[in-house]
Design a protein around this ligand. Structure first.
Ligand code: G6P
Length: 367
């Protein structure tokens, strides 16, 4: 089928703006908003018996897995390892019996991820694919495939596939927590409510596009950009840096905020924009104090937070983008949006080929 860009200039921005819809479609496959309960499509083994989780993926899908690690460990109290497929497959990893291996892949065809799946099957793991293409090889070869409802993603830089992957991974974390007896009905209801509100909250973030475009224009001349975050904000910082590299060709690095002192602070001067992912959560104060350190050294900070977080910040001389106040559980899904829009508008300001960035392929089916 021929897919058009509609009123949008590029597939990337069309797909960014589809997110409220496709996140809603993905939630509909598992969430019952009336009872505020969550049911995954049939998984042919007991999630309550899983002894360990291994998540393997590449690129943006790897960052979705990196968010899931925080969720699953916190909610279900099961140990999680997340690994890049190209490293995992050759590392001869030790996998214990009773483990569940999750393979995240938009295309379901990434060669390294497929090889990792075959390794895990051969080493006695339960295997679960999280893909956007039901007929893909990774879906077919896994014991069970869960689907994102992103629809075809044409832009080479992944956007809506990422946020819908996060939605399903949140569902896996809740289901596993329940199966493990680590989550009561009240907590499940609270998290389901937060998930049910994500589409409307994503729409609210999208209404900040003009603000993000203004900020993007100030970032466009930069040679280097640093992204900082903590907890689930850390993989969002990594994903933000990846998006910017992919479409604008600006060198960008994501860092765990706590690592600032261990290197990246040496790079800070008034030419290096620092994008900070900082929702109000239990780590807010820590990241906010990293912001002070950066500002004190002349760093130009773009502070992505919510009303409380922006009001509480002592330093006011920064660019801020206000996101909705949400349960910290769903924050990474929301904070993915501004980093996508920043990357997109920096690329527009620079005139790069947003949908077909140089040297990149949508799907990497060879090593
Ligand atoms: C390529 C794409 C990325 C994607 C990665 C993994 O590098 O350009 O956008 O994240 O492959 O792809 P997958 O289909 O396995 O999610």
């Amino acid at each position: 089928a021929l897919i058009g860009k509609g009123q949008h200039r590029h597939f990337m921005v069309k797909e960014i703006f589809e997110q409220p819809q496709v996140i809603g479609d993905t939630l509909n496959t598992m969430l019952n908003p009336a009872t505020r309960t969550l049911t995954l499509p049939a998984v042919p083994f007991d999630l309550g018996a899983v002894s360990k989780v291994t998540i393997v993926a590449c690129g943006t899908s790897f960052y979705a897995g990196s968010v899931a690690r925080y969720w699953i460990e916190k909610l279900a109290r099961v140990a999680v390892e997340v690994e890049i497929a190209s490293e995992f497959r050759y590392r001869e990893p030790v996998l214990s019996p009773g483990g569940l291996a999750i393979f995240i892949s938009q295309s379901g065809e990434t060669a390294d991820t497929l090889a990792a799946l075959r390794y895990c099957k051969a080493h006695g793991q339960h295997t679960l694919a999280l893909v956007n293409v039901a007929e893909s090889t990774i879906a077919r070869e896994s014991e069970v495939a869960l689907l994102t409802q992103a629809g075809p993603e044409i832009g080479v830089a992944s956007t809506k596939a990422f946020t819908t992957q996060l939605v399903v991974l949140a569902g896996i974390a809740v289901s596993m927590a329940r199966a493990k007896g680590k989550m009561d009905a009240a907590e499940e209801a609270r998290l389901c409510q937060a998930l049910a509100e994500v589409p409307a909250n994503v729409s609210a973030v999208l209404r900040q596009e003009h603000r993000l475009r203004e900020i993007a224009e100030t970032i466009a001349p930069a040679r280097d950009v640093i992204y900082l975050g903590r907890g689930t904000g850390y993989p969002i910082a990594l994903e933000g840096a990846l998006k910017l590299k992919e479409v604008s060709y600006i060198h960008a690095e994501g860092y765990a905020s706590g690592e600032l002192k261990h290197g990246p602070i040496a790079l800070i001067d008034d030419h290096v924009p620092i994008i900070v992912v900082c929702p109000t959560d239990e780590l807010y104060e820590k990241t906010a104090s990293n912001v002070q350190e950066v500002v004190a050294r002349g760093g130009k900070v773009v502070f992505l937070s919510d009303k409380q977080g922006i009001d509480r910040l002592a330093t006011k001389a920064l660019a801020t983008v206000e996101l909705p106040q949400v349960d910290p559980f769903v924050a990474p899904i929301l904070y993915a949006i501004p980093v996508q829009l920043l990357a997109y508008h920096v690329a527009i300001a620079k005139g790069t080929d947003v949908d077909q960035p140089r040297n990149l392929a949508k799907s990497v089916t060879v090593e």
